[in-house]
Design a protein around this ligand. Structure first.
Ligand SMILES: C[S@@+](CC[C@H](N)C(=O)[O-])C[C@H]1O[C@@H](n2cnc3c(N)ncnc32)[C@H](O)[C@@H]1O
Length: 474
């Protein structure tokens, strides 16, 4: 272990300041800051140690704080540190925990330090350690003193952080000593209480005066693993029996949806490789049914990658399906899913705002699962809340309006267009749907509208929005 370190950052002495007195928090997004000063540097840490995993997670969290999505950040970390599968799992687990507790951890750090730790990787290391230490008693994955020791080891071993090893030690030990008072003080701030940026909390409260607390709470829970049974290969009843035979507890939660009692890796899911099931949230599974596809129809899936809904449509009927996505790099994901499930579609990298690629033949059904803030799927992507900015919903709503307007000409008379978002914000969803119906004199057919992701047992789904339009016959 390290000798008593020099403190380079001043540690605020007792008593803990109140949250109102704490230094101002950073804005939730600061893309001009370098998250890691020496990105390629790999300290000499044992690859099976907690320190190694804390460093990987801190690197990923720091990247999120400067604007990179967590999955991409983790991909970069793994490419650099060549972590073994078990260490990858731990790095992922720590960074996802840190995301779900970032508001509280950053507030605690603000209470215990006189200025924001620099570089961001240092603050991120503290956030990762605090996320492990702040878990409920009995749910802590590591002994608290092990976490402190390993966090100090990380700081000591890395040139970006060695200057502050004493600060890391002092902050984490102080948290252990004064946990109750510090938490009481931190939790006075909504950002610390809810673990969302203040603007997000305000927006949720304004949009859902009755349900905002349940929605925010559910967004911090670990998501369930829900599967879609491929109707071409099995039935829900047969698949539940198969799971029971394998000792896996599960329940039916939708027409084709089965939720496992405990999440497991995809490779361990019975029948996954053979295409019997796919991973898909119960809310997302409503799309194909709402489209009401029948054999022989021509269907366009206009924002298709990674192909979850594309594949579901093809499982339900023999349709001629064109799947486009503006991001060419995401098309192989659709192709992999189709291949695993034994299905086929025409795939094209195209922009749904343009008709330049269209041959002029109208479609019976169009699915517009448009790009959005993804505010309805934060339980699966807890980084999203820290990456988005207040104005994003409006910007994305402008883009999706252009997509919808362009796609409408491609729907045949009497044909249907299903508009889907995974957003909670009305600007992107209901307001958009209402304005679209007026602009195009489109008939609105029954559809669920906004699914509230409150985590209720029988309605355990993401926060999707559905509006279904029919084109009036000419
Ligand atoms: C919500 S995701 C689609 C999820 C997909 N439907 C599924 O169920 O697996 C939105 C997709 O829209 C794509 N996208 C964004 N802008 C687009 C555009 N202008 N034209 C077509 N696709 C676009 C993104 O690349 C992304 O893959």
């Amino acid at each position: 272990m390290n000798k008593r370190p020099l403190l380079k950052l001043k540690i605020v002495s007792k008593p803990a300041p109140t949250a109102a007195e704490a230094p101002k928090l950073r804005p939730s997004y600061h893309p001009d800051v370098k998250p890691v000063l020496q990105p390629g540097f790999q300290p000499d840490l044992r690859a099976d140690s907690l320190a190694f995993c804390l460093l990987g997670a801190a690197n990923a969290v720091a990247q999120v704080r400067t604007g990179t999505a967590l999955p991409q950040a983790l991909t970069r970390v793994f490419a650099q540190n060549h972590a073994a599968p078990q260490a990858r799992g731990a790095i992922q687990d720590i960074s996802y925990r840190a995301m779900r507790q970032l508001g509280r951890s950053e507030t605690l750090i603000g209470l215990m330090t006189s200025k924001a730790p620099e570089p961001p990787m240092l603050a991120a290391l503290l956030c990762c350690a605090l996320a492990l230490m702040a878990a409920e008693p009995g749910e802590q994955p590591y002994e608290e003193f092990t976490v402190v020791d390993q966090a100090v080891t990380v700081a000591t071993s890395h040139p970006d952080m060695a200057h502050a090893k004493g600060m890391v030690n002092a902050v984490l030990r102080r948290f252990l000593r004064e946990r109750k008072a510090l938490l009481a003080s931190a939790l006075q701030q909504p950002v610390a209480q809810w673990n969302y940026p203040q603007w997000w909390i305000d927006a949720a409260r304004a949009a859902y005066p009755r349900d905002w607390q349940a929605i925010l709470t559910a967004g911090n829970a670990a998501p369930p693993l829900t599967l879609r049974v491929n109707a071409r290969k099995s039935t829900v009843a047969d698949y539940l029996a198969q799971l029971a035979g394998a000792g896996i507890a599960a329940a039916q939660v939708g027409p084709s949806a089965v939720r496992l009692a405990q999440p497991i890796g995809v490779q361990a899911i019975p029948g996954f490789a053979a295409g019997v099931v796919s991973v898909q949230d119960a809310g997302a599974q409503l799309a194909a049914g709402l489209l009401d596809v029948r054999d022989g129809m021509r269907v366009l899936d206009a924002c298709a990658a990674p192909g979850g809904k594309t594949c579901h449509i093809l499982e339900l009927a023999d349709v001629e399906l064109t799947a486009i996505d503006a991001d060419a790099k995401r098309l192989p994901r659709i192709a992999e899913n189709l291949e695993r499930l034994g299905l086929s579609a025409t795939l094209q990298a195209q922009d749904a705002q343009s008709a330049a690629w269209w041959d002029g033949r109208q479609f019976d059904r169009v699915l517009a699962d448009v790009p959005c803030t993804a505010s309805g799927i934060v339980r699966r992507h807890p980084d999203i809340r820290w990456l988005r900015r207040k104005g994003d919903a409006l910007q994305l709503a402008t883009l999706s309006a252009k997509i919808l307007d362009n796609l409408w000409q491609m729907v045949r008379p009497d044909g249907k267009l299903l508009f889907v978002t995974c957003s909670l914000w009305p600007q992107e969803s209901e307001a958009q749907a209402a304005a679209f119906a007026v602009r195009h004199n489109a008939t609105r057919l029954p559809a669920p509208g906004q699914l509230l992701p409150t985590g209720a047992a029988e309605q355990d789904h993401d926060g999707l929005f559905y509006a279904l339009f029919q084109k009036n016959a000419a």
